[in-house]
Design a protein around this ligand. Structure first.
Ligand code: MN
Ligand code: MN
Length: 456
């Protein structure tokens, strides 16, 4: 069903399913505030559906389910198909990192009897959106003795939250004259941690108190923060949005909404003709770089290992062949058409809420630069898969020509000479602390991913 509102086609029973599916997603989004937590939850779900960690697997055959974890931030799971793996894999790939602020290596300082933590933002953010909202701290502190302390502050109702201050309107005459890009400067995204002195301490007494809390409650010292990874993210749970409850508000829809729907599509598949895969990657928001990003050799190695476990004698070469024969949906979000800002989109090629899974033949900027630009032959094949399964789908570009742009992981897998197209969910307020998606689009994306995995 091309470019039609999906709510119109649902009967009462289906609508109940759509709402129920969103409940599962809301729980996932509320928990998976970081890539590490997303992997943790994905693994819990994989285990519950009978997938095995590859480390405990000696061989694989059709119907077997295995997963590979990469440094706790990147995971890929497979269901081995009836056909040889080298015939190609149906791959769903999404990213599980989201824009946020990271504590610097040496973050803490006391000024005017406040203790603050200095941050460096991660991914593209409009900085002014991140002040005066409740923030939570999530991450790990890695100590020299090899122990790892998990930090999780601000989600529980009894927890304190932290935050970044902004100037009161009464004194903002100078500030309001600045451009939106400069109203809040990156170096000023510093999080307030405390304001109470430790009794009897003469110098930096507030800092002494914060350090005491960190020591008493979490058992680490200031210096341990050098080898920590603490992410500052919006505190609180995902919620229903709109009086009709047709949408979900939450932090990190980009791209955990596609990660969840892709993962669920694999989890709910049983016997597959072609080997099915869901890969969840880190670091997309900063260029898909590094060991846990989409550009890592991890995925290629995982496929080689899978082939080896299936009895393949030349796993490395066959992994390349397998990738050439594979088909992929790069499951990433699209810019949802915003009624308050219609001017940035070409309305004929925009993604509308509730019109279903969105295909982006290309993304990129300034003349499609950096985009995958899928082959029309492959796009037509995908279209047919969607229509056969009666999935609601639409096409979109990321805004008007030369309005801006962006990228996904599609081109990276495309480099393996694989057929790839971007397919995801439209988002409003993308990269803001509170993003919005439609429950109908969540459900249609999930159905689209299921149809893709089961395609012949
Ligand atoms: Mn994305
Ligand atoms: Mn993004």
């Amino acid at each position: 069903m091309y470019r039609k509102n999906a709510w119109e086609k649902y009967d009462e029973k289906t609508e109940a399913k759509v709402m129920e599916f969103a409940e599962g997603y809301k729980a996932f989004l509320s928990y998976a505030k970081t890539e590490r937590l997303a992997v943790k939850e994905a693994v819990r779900l994989l285990d519950s559906k009978g997938f095995k960690n590859v480390e405990s697997v000696k061989s694989v055959k059709a119907g077997d389910k295995v997963y590979f974890i990469n440094r706790k931030k990147n995971v890929c799971a497979f269901i081995v198909g009836k056909k040889p793996i080298t015939d190609g894999i149906r791959i769903l790939g999404a990213h599980i990192d989201s824009p946020r602020m990271d504590l610097k290596e040496h973050p803490l300082y006391e000024r005017d009897e406040f203790v603050l933590a200095d941050t460096h933002y991660y991914g593209g953010i409009k900085k002014y959106q991140w002040v005066t909202i409740p923030l939570a701290l999530h991450g790990v502190v890695c100590k020299k003795d090899g122990s790892v302390i998990e930090v999780d502050i601000g989600e529980n109702d009894n927890d304190p939250v932290v935050g970044i201050s902004d100037l009161l309107i009464h004194l903002a005459a100078d500030q309001l004259g600045k451009s939106a890009a400069k109203v809040i400067e990156g170096e000023n995204l510093d999080v307030i941690l405390g304001n109470k002195p430790l009794k009897g301490e003469e110098k930096k007494a507030v800092m002494a108190n914060v350090l005491k809390i960190l020591k008493d409650k979490y058992d680490f010292e200031e210096e341990d923060l050098v080898t920590a990874e603490i992410e500052v993210v919006p505190a609180g749970k995902a919620r229903d949005y709109g009086l009709d409850r047709s949408m979900v508000a939450g932090y990190g829809h980009d791209d955990r909404c596609c990660a969840y729907t892709s993962l669920m599509a694999l989890l709910d598949s049983k016997k597959l003709e072609y080997t099915g895969c869901c890969i969840l990657v880190d670091k997309e928001e900063i260029g898909s770089v590094g060991a846990t990003g989409a550009q890592s050799r991890f995925f290629e190695n995982a496929i080689a290992k899978l082939l080896e476990l299936a009895g393949e004698k030349e796993p490395l070469w066959k992994a390349r062949l397998t990738m050439e024969n594979s088909k992929m949906l790069s499951s990433d979000v699209s810019a949802g058409f915003d009624p308050l800002f219609p001017g940035v989109s070409d309305s004929k090629n925009a993604a509308y809420f509730a019109y279903g899974i969105v295909f982006n033949k290309y993304t990129g900027s300034r003349g499609k630069s950096g985009s995958n630009d899928a082959n029309p032959e492959y796009y037509a094949w995908v279209r047919n898969v969607m229509d056969e399964a009666e999935v609601s789908w639409q096409n979109a570009e990321l805004g008007k020509v030369d309005q801006g742009g962006g990228g996904t992981i599609a081109y990276i897998l495309g480099n393996y000479n694989m057929n790839v197209i971007d397919a995801g969910i439209p988002v409003l307020n993308m990269h803001a602390p509170m993003e919005i998606v439609s429950k109908a689009d969540l459900y249609e994306a999930y159905r689209g991913y299921v149809a893709f995995l089961n395609s012949k």
